[in-house]
Design a protein around this ligand. Structure first.
Ligand SMILES: C[S@@+](CC[C@H](N)C(=O)[O-])C[C@H]1O[C@@H](n2cnc3c(N)ncnc32)[C@H](O)[C@@H]1O
Length: 283
């Protein structure tokens, strides 16, 4: 007997649920939509429709990947961030919605026609630099990453968004970077404590690059490097925007003050956790 969409969805989502995949219902629907090459809405409006044997085979292939905890963004090969769609693969962190807060805060202080010089440290997929340049096209942005594989992904995204000439992507460690003086420096560095890496969700632990996650023993090591470097790379009255872990604000305030930063403000993300630190250098 041929199955209909409702029946196969029920089976697929209960399989995913058994595997502790939190978004089991949504994922089963999105993967079925991908299989049938239609929107999720179309799936949900046609639950009585029959599914062919070849589509069942294709659907099982995707479900199998998800059951092995492959992230949805890897199966789809893209992720939406801010207003835009970014290509992603195993070489970069999958852009997170909470990182959009940093974009919001930067745009607040940059008028539309602003021509500021911006540096991004640890660009990964390029989602921050590319979103910023699309919103403020008269700015100049340099975006660095110590992972060559990540820089390749960022450049591919810049091509897709036709901003390849506006953002300068460089494969370099922040320690070795001696550039200009910038008006704004932005970074979402790796900030997970070494001891917390093992307890991450399997999707993250098995599929996202360690170099994008691990902030060393304390979780703060890359921040300390960045802050020290920013002391030299930021203009007087220049601003530093950092994404931070929910419990890292206090330590970072201390370190920033020691390095000549003040007017430190911390903003919370939508789930009420400290997430974005904004600080000005003046001394
Ligand atoms: C958490 S990911 C952020 C990626 C992207 N900006 C985002 O917000 O989705 C951190 C990135 O910093 C890079 N990175 C880590 N240590 C670095 C260092 N010392 N110098 C430059 N980049 C570094 C990693 O390769 C990774 O791509």
């Amino acid at each position: 007997m041929m199955m209909n969409l409702q029946q196969i969805l029920a089976k697929a989502s209960s399989q995913l649920k058994l595997n502790n995949i939190k978004s089991f219902k949504l994922d089963s629907e999105l993967l079925l939509a991908k299989t049938l090459d239609v929107s999720r809405e179309e799936v949900l409006l046609n639950l009585n429709k029959k599914i062919s044997q070849s589509d069942i085979k294709k659907y099982n292939y995707y479900l199998n990947l998800r059951n092995q905890y492959k992230p949805m963004a890897h199966i789809f090969k893209y992720k939406f961030f801010w207003k835009y769609k970014f290509f992603v693969n195993k070489d970069v962190l999958i852009p997170r919605p909470e990182t959009e807060l940093i974009i919001e805060q930067i745009l607040k202080i940059l008028p539309k026609k602003s021509k500021k010089n911006i540096l991004e440290i640890g660009t990964g997929s390029g989602c921050i630099a590319i979103s910023l340049i699309r919103e403020r096209p008269n700015c100049r942005i340099v975006a660095i990453d110590k992972s060559l594989k990540a820089i390749k992904v960022a450049k591919k995204n810049a091509e897709i968004h036709q901003v390849g000439k506006k953002v300068n992507f460089l494969n370099i460690d922040v320690d070795k970077y001696f550039g200009n003086k910038y008006d704004i420096i932005v970074s979402n560095p790796p900030y997970i404590k070494k001891s917390d890496l093992l307890s991450l969700d399997k999707d993250v632990k098995f599929y996202e690059p360690k170099i994008a996650l691990s902030g060393g023993f304390s979780g703060l090591e890359t921040f300390f490097k960045i802050i020290k470097k920013c002391n030299k790379l930021l203009k007087n009255n220049g601003m530093l925007f950092l994404e931070i872990g929910e419990k890292q604000g206090k330590e970072l305030r201390k370190n920033l003050k020691l390095n000549g930063f003040n007017q430190i403000k911390i903003y919370k993300d939508l789930s009420g956790k400290d997430r974005c630190l904004v600080s000005t250098k003046n001394h």
